[in-house]
Design a protein around this ligand. Sequence first.
Ligand code: C2E
Ligand code: CA
Ligand code: CA
Length: 455
Amino acid sequence: AAQLRQLAYYDSLTGLPNQKLFRQRLGDALEEATQDGDSVGVLYLDLDRFMRINDTLGHTVGDDVLAAVAARLAQAANGFGVGRCEIGRLSGDEFLVYLRCRDPEARMQRLASELSETLSAPFACGGQDLSITASMGVSLFPQHGKDAEALIKAADIAVSRAKSAGRRCMRMYSRKMSAHAMKRLSLENELRQGLASEQFQLYYQPKYRARDLRIVGAEALIRWFHPTRGSISPGNFIPVAEEAGLIVELGNYVLRAASRQLKAWKDDGLPVVPISVNVSPEEFFRGDPATALADAAEANGISGRLLEVEITESALIRDIERVTDALGDIKKLGSRVSVDDFGTGYSSLAYLKRFPLDRLKIDRSFVNELTATSDDGAICSAIIAMARALGLRVVAEGVETDEQLRYLREQGCDEIQGFLLSRPVPADSFMELVLAQNTATDPSAATMQDVEHVA
Ligand code: C2E
Ligand code: CA
Ligand code: CA
Protein backbone atom coordinates (compact mmCIF):
# COMPACT_ATOMS: atom_id res chain seq x y z
CA ALA A 1 0.00 0.00 0.00
CA ALA A 2 2.86 2.37 0.80
CA GLN A 3 4.35 1.61 -2.58
CA LEU A 4 1.07 2.31 -4.33
CA ARG A 5 0.75 5.60 -2.51
CA GLN A 6 4.27 6.46 -3.56
CA LEU A 7 3.37 5.79 -7.19
CA ALA A 8 0.11 7.66 -7.10
CA TYR A 9 1.32 10.79 -5.34
CA TYR A 10 5.02 11.17 -5.99
CA ASP A 11 6.93 11.83 -9.12
CA SER A 12 9.25 8.91 -9.79
CA LEU A 13 12.09 10.92 -11.33
CA THR A 14 12.47 13.58 -8.66
CA GLY A 15 10.75 12.00 -5.68
CA LEU A 16 8.74 15.22 -5.26
CA PRO A 17 4.99 15.34 -4.70
CA ASN A 18 3.27 15.19 -8.07
CA GLN A 19 0.71 17.67 -9.27
CA LYS A 20 -2.18 15.83 -7.65
CA LEU A 21 -0.63 15.67 -4.20
CA PHE A 22 0.65 19.23 -4.47
CA ARG A 23 -2.84 20.52 -5.23
CA GLN A 24 -4.25 18.64 -2.25
CA ARG A 25 -1.60 20.05 0.05
CA LEU A 26 -2.08 23.54 -1.30
CA GLY A 27 -5.82 23.15 -0.72
CA ASP A 28 -5.14 22.14 2.88
CA ALA A 29 -2.74 25.04 3.34
CA LEU A 30 -5.40 27.48 2.09
CA GLU A 31 -7.88 26.17 4.65
CA GLU A 32 -5.40 26.44 7.46
CA ALA A 33 -4.36 29.89 6.33
CA THR A 34 -7.99 31.04 6.36
CA GLN A 35 -8.40 29.82 9.95
CA ASP A 36 -5.15 31.38 11.14
CA GLY A 37 -5.48 34.62 9.20
CA ASP A 38 -2.37 33.76 7.20
CA SER A 39 -1.61 34.34 3.57
CA VAL A 40 -0.30 31.89 1.00
CA GLY A 41 1.92 32.56 -1.97
CA VAL A 42 2.11 30.22 -4.95
CA LEU A 43 5.20 30.20 -7.13
CA TYR A 44 5.30 28.66 -10.58
CA LEU A 45 8.83 27.90 -11.74
CA ASP A 46 9.67 27.08 -15.34
CA LEU A 47 13.25 26.26 -16.36
CA ASP A 48 14.49 28.42 -19.23
CA ARG A 49 15.05 26.69 -22.57
CA PHE A 50 15.22 23.29 -20.99
CA MET A 51 14.10 21.69 -24.26
CA ARG A 52 17.52 22.43 -25.65
CA ILE A 53 19.25 20.29 -23.04
CA ASN A 54 17.01 17.38 -23.97
CA ASP A 55 17.50 18.04 -27.66
CA THR A 56 21.25 18.40 -27.61
CA LEU A 57 22.36 16.08 -24.80
CA GLY A 58 19.59 13.51 -24.87
CA HIS A 59 16.82 12.59 -22.47
CA THR A 60 18.99 10.62 -20.07
CA VAL A 61 21.13 13.63 -19.34
CA GLY A 62 17.98 15.75 -19.30
CA ASP A 63 16.48 13.51 -16.63
CA ASP A 64 19.64 13.65 -14.53
CA VAL A 65 19.62 17.42 -14.71
CA LEU A 66 15.96 17.56 -13.71
CA ALA A 67 16.56 15.33 -10.72
CA ALA A 68 19.50 17.48 -9.63
CA VAL A 69 17.50 20.68 -10.12
CA ALA A 70 14.61 19.24 -8.10
CA ALA A 71 16.92 18.26 -5.25
CA ARG A 72 18.34 21.78 -5.01
CA LEU A 73 14.93 23.43 -5.22
CA ALA A 74 13.53 21.12 -2.54
CA GLN A 75 16.39 21.92 -0.23
CA ALA A 76 15.94 25.65 -0.71
CA ALA A 77 12.18 25.35 -0.15
CA ASN A 78 12.72 23.37 3.05
CA GLY A 79 14.78 26.24 4.33
CA PHE A 80 11.51 28.21 4.47
CA GLY A 81 10.02 25.86 7.03
CA VAL A 82 8.96 22.25 6.60
CA GLY A 83 5.19 22.09 6.40
CA ARG A 84 4.89 25.79 5.58
CA CYS A 85 6.68 25.61 2.27
CA GLU A 86 6.11 22.71 -0.11
CA ILE A 87 7.33 21.98 -3.58
CA GLY A 88 5.90 19.72 -6.26
CA ARG A 89 6.64 18.84 -9.85
CA LEU A 90 3.93 19.99 -12.19
CA SER A 91 5.24 18.38 -15.34
CA GLY A 92 8.39 18.29 -17.43
CA ASP A 93 10.53 21.18 -16.33
CA GLU A 94 7.85 22.97 -14.34
CA PHE A 95 7.65 23.10 -10.58
CA LEU A 96 5.21 24.59 -8.11
CA VAL A 97 5.97 25.89 -4.65
CA TYR A 98 3.65 27.31 -2.03
CA LEU A 99 4.54 29.20 1.09
CA ARG A 100 2.22 29.93 4.00
CA CYS A 101 3.24 33.13 5.75
CA ARG A 102 2.18 36.53 7.07
CA ASP A 103 3.86 38.99 4.74
CA PRO A 104 3.57 37.19 1.42
CA GLU A 105 4.85 39.83 -0.98
CA ALA A 106 8.23 40.20 0.68
CA ARG A 107 8.49 36.51 1.54
CA MET A 108 7.73 35.39 -2.00
CA GLN A 109 10.33 37.79 -3.36
CA ARG A 110 12.79 36.24 -0.99
CA LEU A 111 11.74 32.70 -1.96
CA ALA A 112 12.14 33.51 -5.62
CA SER A 113 15.62 34.90 -5.17
CA GLU A 114 16.70 31.91 -3.07
CA LEU A 115 15.42 29.50 -5.70
CA SER A 116 17.27 31.27 -8.47
CA GLU A 117 20.33 31.52 -6.24
CA THR A 118 20.33 27.77 -5.64
CA LEU A 119 20.27 27.15 -9.39
CA SER A 120 23.09 29.58 -10.11
CA ALA A 121 25.96 27.16 -9.52
CA PRO A 122 26.50 25.07 -12.67
CA PHE A 123 25.21 21.50 -12.91
CA ALA A 124 27.81 18.91 -13.79
CA CYS A 125 26.05 16.48 -16.10
CA GLY A 126 27.16 14.30 -18.97
CA GLY A 127 30.69 15.60 -18.67
CA GLN A 128 29.61 19.23 -19.05
CA ASP A 129 28.91 22.14 -16.78
CA LEU A 130 25.42 23.32 -17.54
CA SER A 131 24.10 26.61 -16.33
CA ILE A 132 20.40 26.66 -15.69
CA THR A 133 18.07 29.55 -15.05
CA ALA A 134 14.37 29.74 -14.35
CA SER A 135 11.45 32.05 -14.93
CA MET A 136 8.99 32.41 -12.08
CA GLY A 137 5.46 33.66 -11.57
CA VAL A 138 3.85 34.32 -8.21
CA SER A 139 0.23 34.62 -7.11
CA LEU A 140 -1.12 35.40 -3.66
CA PHE A 141 -4.00 34.06 -1.60
CA PRO A 142 -6.53 35.49 -1.05
CA GLN A 143 -6.15 38.45 -3.41
CA HIS A 144 -5.45 36.57 -6.66
CA GLY A 145 -7.64 33.51 -6.24
CA LYS A 146 -9.79 31.63 -3.77
CA ASP A 147 -8.66 28.09 -4.50
CA ALA A 148 -5.65 26.09 -5.64
CA GLU A 149 -6.87 26.02 -9.23
CA ALA A 150 -7.22 29.78 -9.56
CA LEU A 151 -3.92 30.49 -7.82
CA ILE A 152 -1.96 28.11 -10.02
CA LYS A 153 -3.56 29.61 -13.08
CA ALA A 154 -2.67 33.13 -11.97
CA ALA A 155 0.92 32.09 -11.26
CA ASP A 156 1.03 30.47 -14.69
CA ILE A 157 -0.05 33.74 -16.32
CA ALA A 158 2.61 35.58 -14.31
CA VAL A 159 5.35 33.17 -15.38
CA SER A 160 4.54 33.66 -19.04
CA ARG A 161 5.00 37.38 -18.50
CA ALA A 162 8.36 36.65 -16.88
CA LYS A 163 9.29 34.68 -19.98
CA SER A 164 8.30 37.38 -22.41
CA ALA A 165 10.22 39.88 -20.28
CA GLY A 166 13.36 37.96 -21.23
CA ARG A 167 13.24 34.97 -18.85
CA ARG A 168 15.41 34.49 -15.76
CA CYS A 169 13.20 36.69 -13.62
CA MET A 170 10.09 36.67 -11.44
CA ARG A 171 6.77 38.40 -12.00
CA MET A 172 3.98 38.91 -9.53
CA TYR A 173 0.49 38.34 -10.89
CA SER A 174 -1.76 41.35 -11.46
CA ARG A 175 -5.26 41.57 -12.90
CA LYS A 176 -3.97 43.46 -15.89
CA MET A 177 -2.04 40.36 -16.85
CA SER A 178 -5.26 38.42 -17.15
CA ALA A 179 -6.69 40.79 -19.69
CA HIS A 180 -3.45 40.59 -21.62
CA ALA A 181 -3.40 36.80 -21.38
CA MET A 182 -6.99 36.60 -22.63
CA LYS A 183 -6.10 38.67 -25.65
CA ARG A 184 -3.07 36.51 -26.28
CA LEU A 185 -5.08 33.35 -25.99
CA SER A 186 -7.73 34.49 -28.41
CA LEU A 187 -5.08 35.62 -30.87
CA GLU A 188 -3.49 32.20 -30.55
CA ASN A 189 -6.75 30.46 -31.31
CA GLU A 190 -7.43 32.77 -34.20
CA LEU A 191 -3.97 32.06 -35.58
CA ARG A 192 -4.77 28.35 -35.53
CA GLN A 193 -8.05 28.96 -37.33
CA GLY A 194 -6.40 31.37 -39.73
CA LEU A 195 -3.85 28.77 -40.75
CA ALA A 196 -6.61 26.26 -41.34
CA SER A 197 -8.80 28.62 -43.34
CA GLU A 198 -6.29 30.36 -45.60
CA GLN A 199 -6.42 33.84 -44.09
CA PHE A 200 -2.75 34.31 -44.85
CA GLN A 201 -1.22 35.58 -48.03
CA LEU A 202 2.30 36.32 -49.16
CA TYR A 203 3.29 39.72 -50.45
CA TYR A 204 6.47 40.14 -52.42
CA GLN A 205 8.91 42.99 -52.13
CA PRO A 206 11.30 43.26 -55.08
CA LYS A 207 15.05 43.26 -54.55
CA TYR A 208 16.85 45.40 -57.09
CA ARG A 209 20.38 45.03 -58.32
CA ALA A 210 22.07 48.29 -57.38
CA ARG A 211 24.01 48.60 -60.62
CA ASP A 212 21.05 48.80 -63.03
CA LEU A 213 18.02 48.63 -60.72
CA ARG A 214 16.72 45.43 -62.25
CA ILE A 215 14.65 43.08 -60.13
CA VAL A 216 16.81 40.13 -59.19
CA GLY A 217 14.74 38.63 -56.42
CA ALA A 218 11.87 39.07 -54.01
CA GLU A 219 11.33 38.80 -50.31
CA ALA A 220 8.15 37.03 -49.29
CA LEU A 221 6.42 38.84 -46.42
CA ILE A 222 3.43 37.26 -44.79
CA ARG A 223 0.14 39.11 -44.42
CA TRP A 224 -2.77 38.12 -42.24
CA PHE A 225 -6.19 39.24 -43.42
CA HIS A 226 -8.37 38.59 -40.43
CA PRO A 227 -12.09 38.32 -41.20
CA THR A 228 -13.14 40.78 -38.49
CA ARG A 229 -9.99 42.50 -37.26
CA GLY A 230 -8.71 43.43 -40.68
CA SER A 231 -5.08 43.05 -41.52
CA ILE A 232 -2.68 42.25 -38.69
CA SER A 233 0.99 42.95 -39.19
CA PRO A 234 3.57 40.16 -38.85
CA GLY A 235 5.34 42.12 -36.12
CA ASN A 236 2.23 41.52 -34.01
CA PHE A 237 1.51 37.88 -34.72
CA ILE A 238 4.89 36.26 -35.39
CA PRO A 239 5.91 36.56 -31.70
CA VAL A 240 2.57 35.04 -30.69
CA ALA A 241 3.08 32.18 -33.15
CA GLU A 242 6.54 31.61 -31.71
CA GLU A 243 5.28 31.47 -28.16
CA ALA A 244 2.30 29.31 -29.02
CA GLY A 245 4.43 26.74 -30.83
CA LEU A 246 2.77 27.60 -34.16
CA ILE A 247 5.80 29.08 -35.85
CA VAL A 248 6.92 25.86 -37.50
CA GLU A 249 3.52 25.42 -39.07
CA LEU A 250 3.47 29.05 -40.15
CA GLY A 251 6.97 28.77 -41.60
CA ASN A 252 6.00 25.67 -43.54
CA TYR A 253 2.97 27.49 -44.87
CA VAL A 254 5.21 30.30 -46.16
CA LEU A 255 7.60 27.87 -47.84
CA ARG A 256 4.74 26.00 -49.52
CA ALA A 257 2.96 29.16 -50.63
CA ALA A 258 6.16 30.63 -52.11
CA SER A 259 6.91 27.37 -53.91
CA ARG A 260 3.37 27.15 -55.28
CA GLN A 261 3.68 30.70 -56.57
CA LEU A 262 6.97 29.94 -58.31
CA LYS A 263 5.44 26.88 -59.91
CA ALA A 264 2.39 28.85 -61.07
CA TRP A 265 4.62 31.47 -62.71
CA LYS A 266 6.71 28.81 -64.39
CA ASP A 267 3.62 26.96 -65.61
CA ASP A 268 2.42 30.20 -67.17
CA GLY A 269 5.73 30.68 -68.90
CA LEU A 270 6.55 33.76 -66.85
CA PRO A 271 10.04 34.76 -65.74
CA VAL A 272 10.91 33.85 -62.20
CA VAL A 273 13.41 35.22 -59.72
CA PRO A 274 14.43 33.60 -56.45
CA ILE A 275 12.13 34.25 -53.52
CA SER A 276 13.56 34.61 -50.07
CA VAL A 277 11.59 33.65 -47.00
CA ASN A 278 12.15 34.74 -43.44
CA VAL A 279 12.92 31.91 -41.08
CA SER A 280 12.30 32.82 -37.47
CA PRO A 281 14.86 31.76 -34.86
CA GLU A 282 12.35 29.45 -33.23
CA GLU A 283 11.96 27.52 -36.45
CA PHE A 284 15.60 26.55 -36.29
CA PHE A 285 15.25 25.19 -32.80
CA ARG A 286 11.84 23.61 -32.95
CA GLY A 287 11.60 22.54 -36.54
CA ASP A 288 13.74 21.35 -39.40
CA PRO A 289 13.80 24.20 -41.91
CA ALA A 290 16.09 22.38 -44.38
CA THR A 291 13.70 19.46 -44.73
CA ALA A 292 10.69 21.76 -44.88
CA LEU A 293 12.34 23.71 -47.68
CA ALA A 294 13.27 20.56 -49.59
CA ASP A 295 9.72 19.20 -49.24
CA ALA A 296 8.10 22.43 -50.42
CA ALA A 297 10.40 22.68 -53.44
CA GLU A 298 9.97 19.04 -54.38
CA ALA A 299 6.19 19.07 -54.01
CA ASN A 300 6.06 21.85 -56.60
CA GLY A 301 8.81 20.61 -58.84
CA ILE A 302 10.99 23.67 -58.44
CA SER A 303 14.70 23.93 -57.77
CA GLY A 304 15.86 24.65 -54.23
CA ARG A 305 17.88 27.44 -55.82
CA LEU A 306 14.70 29.47 -56.27
CA LEU A 307 14.05 29.55 -52.55
CA GLU A 308 16.31 31.53 -50.28
CA VAL A 309 16.44 31.91 -46.56
CA GLU A 310 16.74 34.99 -44.37
CA ILE A 311 17.79 34.41 -40.81
CA THR A 312 18.40 37.13 -38.26
CA GLU A 313 21.81 37.77 -36.89
CA SER A 314 20.61 37.09 -33.34
CA ALA A 315 19.32 33.65 -34.36
CA LEU A 316 22.67 32.74 -35.89
CA ILE A 317 24.55 33.09 -32.67
CA ARG A 318 21.96 31.52 -30.40
CA ASP A 319 23.00 27.96 -31.06
CA ILE A 320 25.98 27.95 -33.33
CA GLU A 321 26.29 24.24 -33.93
CA ARG A 322 22.67 23.65 -34.66
CA VAL A 323 22.38 26.63 -36.97
CA THR A 324 25.58 25.73 -38.81
CA ASP A 325 24.25 22.23 -39.47
CA ALA A 326 20.85 23.44 -40.63
CA LEU A 327 22.36 26.10 -42.88
CA GLY A 328 24.72 23.52 -44.33
CA ASP A 329 21.73 21.35 -45.24
CA ILE A 330 19.95 24.34 -46.74
CA LYS A 331 23.00 25.18 -48.86
CA LYS A 332 23.14 21.61 -50.14
CA LEU A 333 19.73 22.21 -51.69
CA GLY A 334 21.22 25.10 -53.64
CA SER A 335 19.43 27.74 -51.58
CA ARG A 336 21.22 30.89 -50.62
CA VAL A 337 21.29 32.28 -47.12
CA SER A 338 21.08 35.92 -46.03
CA VAL A 339 21.73 37.36 -42.60
CA ASP A 340 18.80 39.62 -41.82
CA ASP A 341 18.85 42.73 -39.63
CA PHE A 342 22.62 42.80 -39.76
CA GLY A 343 24.33 45.21 -37.41
CA THR A 344 21.94 44.75 -34.51
CA GLY A 345 23.17 41.47 -33.09
CA TYR A 346 26.76 42.11 -32.07
CA SER A 347 28.13 39.17 -34.01
CA SER A 348 31.84 39.28 -34.59
CA LEU A 349 33.66 38.62 -37.82
CA ALA A 350 35.00 35.42 -36.38
CA TYR A 351 31.45 34.19 -35.91
CA LEU A 352 30.27 35.11 -39.37
CA LYS A 353 33.07 33.21 -41.00
CA ARG A 354 31.85 29.99 -39.47
CA PHE A 355 28.50 30.03 -41.23
CA PRO A 356 27.86 29.24 -44.89
CA LEU A 357 26.41 32.63 -45.81
CA ASP A 358 25.80 34.45 -49.08
CA ARG A 359 24.51 37.87 -48.12
CA LEU A 360 24.27 40.42 -45.39
CA LYS A 361 21.20 42.60 -45.17
CA ILE A 362 22.02 45.90 -43.50
CA ASP A 363 19.40 46.53 -40.86
CA ARG A 364 16.73 49.05 -41.77
CA SER A 365 17.57 51.20 -38.75
CA PHE A 366 20.97 52.12 -40.23
CA VAL A 367 19.54 52.85 -43.65
CA ASN A 368 16.71 54.95 -42.19
CA GLU A 369 18.86 57.73 -40.86
CA LEU A 370 21.45 57.41 -43.50
CA THR A 371 23.03 60.51 -44.97
CA ALA A 372 26.51 60.76 -46.34
CA THR A 373 27.71 62.59 -43.25
CA SER A 374 25.89 60.67 -40.52
CA ASP A 375 27.30 57.95 -38.28
CA ASP A 376 24.89 55.56 -39.94
CA GLY A 377 26.49 56.35 -43.25
CA ALA A 378 29.80 55.30 -41.80
CA ILE A 379 28.24 52.13 -40.38
CA CYS A 380 26.75 51.19 -43.76
CA SER A 381 30.10 51.75 -45.49
CA ALA A 382 31.86 49.67 -42.86
CA ILE A 383 29.36 46.82 -43.23
CA ILE A 384 29.77 46.89 -46.99
CA ALA A 385 33.55 46.80 -46.71
CA MET A 386 33.42 44.00 -44.19
CA ALA A 387 31.06 41.92 -46.31
CA ARG A 388 33.44 42.37 -49.23
CA ALA A 389 36.30 41.06 -47.16
CA LEU A 390 34.22 38.02 -46.29
CA GLY A 391 33.13 37.44 -49.87
CA LEU A 392 29.49 38.23 -49.10
CA ARG A 393 27.05 40.32 -51.07
CA VAL A 394 25.27 43.20 -49.35
CA VAL A 395 21.61 44.11 -49.48
CA ALA A 396 20.30 47.37 -48.06
CA GLU A 397 16.68 47.24 -46.94
CA GLY A 398 14.35 50.07 -46.05
CA VAL A 399 15.70 52.42 -48.70
CA GLU A 400 13.24 55.30 -48.85
CA THR A 401 15.05 58.26 -50.39
CA ASP A 402 17.10 59.01 -53.48
CA GLU A 403 19.89 60.21 -51.26
CA GLN A 404 20.09 56.87 -49.49
CA LEU A 405 20.03 55.04 -52.79
CA ARG A 406 22.80 57.18 -54.25
CA TYR A 407 25.01 56.78 -51.21
CA LEU A 408 24.57 53.01 -51.03
CA ARG A 409 25.36 52.61 -54.73
CA GLU A 410 28.46 54.73 -54.33
CA GLN A 411 29.62 52.59 -51.46
CA GLY A 412 29.26 49.46 -53.55
CA CYS A 413 26.12 47.95 -52.02
CA ASP A 414 24.95 45.09 -54.28
CA GLU A 415 21.19 45.04 -53.87
CA ILE A 416 18.52 47.50 -52.83
CA GLN A 417 15.14 46.97 -51.28
CA GLY A 418 12.77 49.60 -49.99
CA PHE A 419 9.65 51.70 -50.40
CA LEU A 420 11.52 54.06 -52.75
CA LEU A 421 11.58 51.37 -55.41
CA SER A 422 8.61 49.26 -54.36
CA ARG A 423 6.55 48.31 -51.37
CA PRO A 424 5.71 44.66 -50.76
CA VAL A 425 2.92 43.84 -53.24
CA PRO A 426 0.65 40.87 -54.06
CA ALA A 427 2.02 38.22 -56.39
CA ASP A 428 0.27 39.51 -59.51
CA SER A 429 1.50 43.05 -59.03
CA PHE A 430 5.00 41.75 -58.43
CA MET A 431 4.93 39.89 -61.73
CA GLU A 432 3.72 43.06 -63.46
CA LEU A 433 6.78 44.88 -62.15
CA VAL A 434 9.04 42.15 -63.48
CA LEU A 435 7.35 42.09 -66.87
CA ALA A 436 7.29 45.88 -67.16
CA GLN A 437 11.05 46.12 -66.86
CA ASN A 438 11.50 43.42 -69.47
CA THR A 439 9.39 45.14 -72.10
CA ALA A 440 10.83 48.53 -71.20
CA THR A 441 14.42 47.57 -71.86
CA ASP A 442 15.19 44.26 -73.44
CA PRO A 443 12.33 42.32 -74.99
CA SER A 444 14.35 39.12 -74.84
CA ALA A 445 13.46 38.85 -71.15
CA ALA A 446 16.74 39.73 -69.54
CA THR A 447 15.36 38.70 -66.19
CA MET A 448 15.12 35.18 -67.42
CA GLN A 449 18.78 35.25 -68.29
CA ASP A 450 19.68 36.81 -64.98
CA VAL A 451 17.89 34.01 -63.31
CA GLU A 452 19.36 31.35 -65.48
CA HIS A 453 22.72 31.70 -63.84
CA VAL A 454 21.27 31.35 -60.39
CA ALA A 455 18.50 28.89 -61.13
P1 C2E B 1 12.08 41.98 -42.04
O1 C2E B 1 12.49 40.61 -42.43
O2 C2E B 1 13.16 42.93 -41.63
O3 C2E B 1 11.23 42.53 -43.26
C1 C2E B 1 11.30 43.82 -43.76
C2 C2E B 1 10.18 44.68 -43.22
O4 C2E B 1 10.44 46.02 -43.60
C3 C2E B 1 8.82 44.35 -43.81
O5 C2E B 1 7.85 44.61 -42.83
C4 C2E B 1 8.72 45.36 -44.94
O6 C2E B 1 7.40 45.64 -45.31
C5 C2E B 1 9.37 46.55 -44.33
N1 C2E B 1 9.95 47.47 -45.31
C6 C2E B 1 10.44 47.18 -46.52
N2 C2E B 1 10.90 48.30 -47.13
C7 C2E B 1 10.72 49.31 -46.26
C8 C2E B 1 10.99 50.72 -46.31
O7 C2E B 1 11.51 51.27 -47.27
N3 C2E B 1 10.66 51.44 -45.21
C9 C2E B 1 10.10 50.87 -44.11
N4 C2E B 1 9.80 51.67 -43.09
N5 C2E B 1 9.81 49.57 -44.05
C10 C2E B 1 10.13 48.79 -45.11
P2 C2E B 1 6.72 43.57 -42.50
O8 C2E B 1 6.22 42.94 -43.75
O9 C2E B 1 5.74 44.25 -41.61
O10 C2E B 1 7.49 42.47 -41.70
C11 C2E B 1 8.01 42.71 -40.42
C12 C2E B 1 8.83 41.57 -39.94
O11 C2E B 1 8.03 40.41 -39.73
C13 C2E B 1 9.89 41.13 -40.95
O12 C2E B 1 11.02 41.95 -40.82
C14 C2E B 1 10.14 39.71 -40.52
O13 C2E B 1 11.04 39.66 -39.46
C15 C2E B 1 8.79 39.27 -40.04
N6 C2E B 1 8.12 38.48 -41.10
C16 C2E B 1 7.41 38.90 -42.17
N7 C2E B 1 6.99 37.86 -42.90
C17 C2E B 1 7.47 36.74 -42.29
C18 C2E B 1 7.37 35.34 -42.56
O14 C2E B 1 6.78 34.90 -43.55
N8 C2E B 1 7.98 34.50 -41.67
C19 C2E B 1 8.66 34.96 -40.59
N9 C2E B 1 9.23 34.06 -39.77
N10 C2E B 1 8.76 36.25 -40.31
C20 C2E B 1 8.18 37.15 -41.15
CA1 CA C 1 13.77 39.76 -43.91
CA1 CA D 1 15.31 42.96 -41.88
